[in-house]
Design a binder for this molecule. Structure first.
Ligand SMILES: [Zn+2]
Length: 64
């Protein structure tokens, strides 16, 4: 918990990752959960997050 994990600041952290199984609020992991992916998340997770917002927004490319 003392390590800095920039990925925790990403909005898609609020949804679970279907790729690696990370829980909401937890960073993505690599190699079966043995290593944290600290700087970003899996594309599947970003896509899942974007899917939750399609009802509120018409664009899926607001973050660039
Ligand atoms: Zn993941």
């Amino acid at each position: 918990m003392s390590d800095q994990i920039p990925a925790l600041e990403l909005p898609q952290i609020s949804v679970p990752c279907t790729y690696c199984g990370a829980d909401p609020g937890a960073p993505c992991t690599l190699h079966g959960g043995r290593r944290v992916r600290p700087y970003d998340t899996h594309q599947d997770r970003t896509a899942a997050y974007n899917a939750t917002r399609t009802t509120a927004r018409t664009t899926t490319e607001e973050a660039q």
